[in-house]
Design a binder for this molecule. Structure first.
Ligand code: 7TS
Length: 412
């Protein structure tokens, strides 16, 4: 390991400030992560020295920008172990990628009576595109059940995935429960039935080593801003033979081979999916984020986050009146932990924590069907990343206890 994980906090100057008079503890990385100086510098350097539009200039500056832009594609390929860099499509984020699959692949290959299988824990981005596709096509949307601790019920998956299934789309990690889903097993079930396996990797890619060939998934979508990169950039991975069969989602500059008055021809994958001027600086920023993560090592990041969860879970579980959702076994968890204090709305809990400088998210987390399943309108959620430490866990636990006491006694 080149970088010492306990010393990297200095790379994130934003963390060194006070909120409500208390040092900031940022526990909302599932919403978006903070950015290290290295990523911010890479974006600055690009604008200061290398800015030009890509794929269209023959002058040196444009070639330099194009080279950097395309080098990140290779970096992403390597990061997820895709076979070819042509399987890497730049998107705006996970939402964009999942919508793209539903409205291109889905539009072409889903027909009346076909089935699409998802789960109750899917983020709205991995639910609504399939729900609307099913409505348009008169196809059926099916939900895999969950076990009591929030794990997917694989026996139920075996029942629900059938010869009628054309698409199975599941999050590798839930953004509420932190539970890790068995994608490889699900891909096997999907393929046995002739369906494609789509993976929402928004909450997994930043936290663990992901190998698309080992998982044997057909598509995968994720966001740069949840993995130390900037907003506005995401990746859609797709197997080349599938991407080749798909129509572009958008038409315009740079995605064509030939344009005639009454018809046009598309250029090759992946560029045929990248119409118009791309988010070049954001791509460069994503490349710097991948370099940063690689320098630490994804397995080290997983291990470090697990040590935080190992430390946090027993402390949280010991707080009287606190319900902790999802598995209580740290092995089955990433650094996302959702909870509720009895008789207190999670917004009040989050506000109490904010008074202590602790930033957590409260709400339905864009997973309303899961809230219904858990029989709660909302939860509070702490999500840890590589810049958090055990002091942050202590501040969270103390903040919850103080908020509980405040609402009991009226003082904080
Ligand atoms: N899928 C999952 C599992 C997510 O957690 C999110 C965002 C998305 C898709 C959408 O990603 P986007 O980058 O396109 O917006 N999740 C959250 C969250 O949990 N809190 O804020 C955003």
């Amino acid at each position: 390991m080149v970088k010492d994980i306990s010393k990297l906090r200095k790379d994130f100057p934003i963390l060194d400030q006070k909120m409500n008079g208390e040092p900031l503890v940022y526990l909302d990385s599932a919403a978006t992560t903070q950015k290290p100086k290295q990523v911010i510098d890479a974006i600055n350097n690009y604008y200061l020295h290398d800015n030009a539009n890509v794929h269209r200039g023959v002058y040196e500056l444009s070639e330099r920008a194009t080279n950097q832009f395309e080098q990140v594609r290779e970096k992403v390929r390597k990061f997820i172990n895709a076979k070819s860099e042509r399987e890497i499509v730049y998107t705006r984020g996970t939402t964009d990628g999942l919508n793209m699959i539903a409205s291109t692949y889905g539009e072409a290959f889903i027909h009346e009576g076909d089935e699409i299988v998802i789960s109750y824990m899917e983020h709205h981005s991995n639910l609504i595109p399939w729900q609307q596709l099913a409505l348009r096509k008169h196809a059926k949307l099916k939900y895999i059940d969950m076990l009591d601790d929030g794990e997917l019920d694989i026996e139920d998956a075996k029942q629900k995935i059938t010869s009628k299934t054309k698409i199975v789309s599941i999050a590798q990690v839930s953004n509420v429960l932190g539970v890790i889903n068995p994608i490889k097993e699900l891909a096997e079930l999907a393929h046995k039935c002739g369906a494609v396996m789509v993976v929402d990797a928004a909450q997994s890619i930043p936290h663990m080593s992901v190998d698309v060939q080992d998982l044997d998934c057909d598509f995968m979508a994720f966001s740069g801003h949840k993995m130390l990169g900037p907003t506005g950039i995401g990746i859609l991975y797709g197997k080349l033979n599938l991407l080749d069969k798909m129509e572009p989602m958008e038409y315009g500059g740079e995605m064509i081979n030939l344009v005639d008055l009454y018809d046009s021809e598309w250029t090759d994958v992946p560029w045929k999916f990248e119409a118009g001027t791309q988010d070049i600086a954001q791509v460069i920023g994503l490349g710097a984020a991948i370099d940063y993560l690689n320098e630490i090592g994804m397995d080290n990041i997983t291990q470090y986050e697990r040590s935080l969860v190992d430390y946090a879970l027993p402390k949280l579980l010991s707080i009287k009146e606190l319900t902790v959702y999802g598995p209580h076994d740290p092995e089955k968890h990433t650094g996302v932990i959702s909870f509720n204090l009895d008789n207190l709305h999670p917004h009040d809990l989050a506000t109490g924590l904010d008074m202590e400088g602790v930033a957590v998210r409260a709400g339905h987390h864009c997973v309303q069907p899961l809230m219904k399943y858990l029989k709660t309108p909302a939860t509070a959620r702490a999500s840890f990343y590589l810049y958090n430490n055990k002091d942050d866990v202590d501040r969270l636990v103390d903040g919850i206890i103080e908020t509980r006491e405040f609402f009991k006694n009226g003082t904080i």
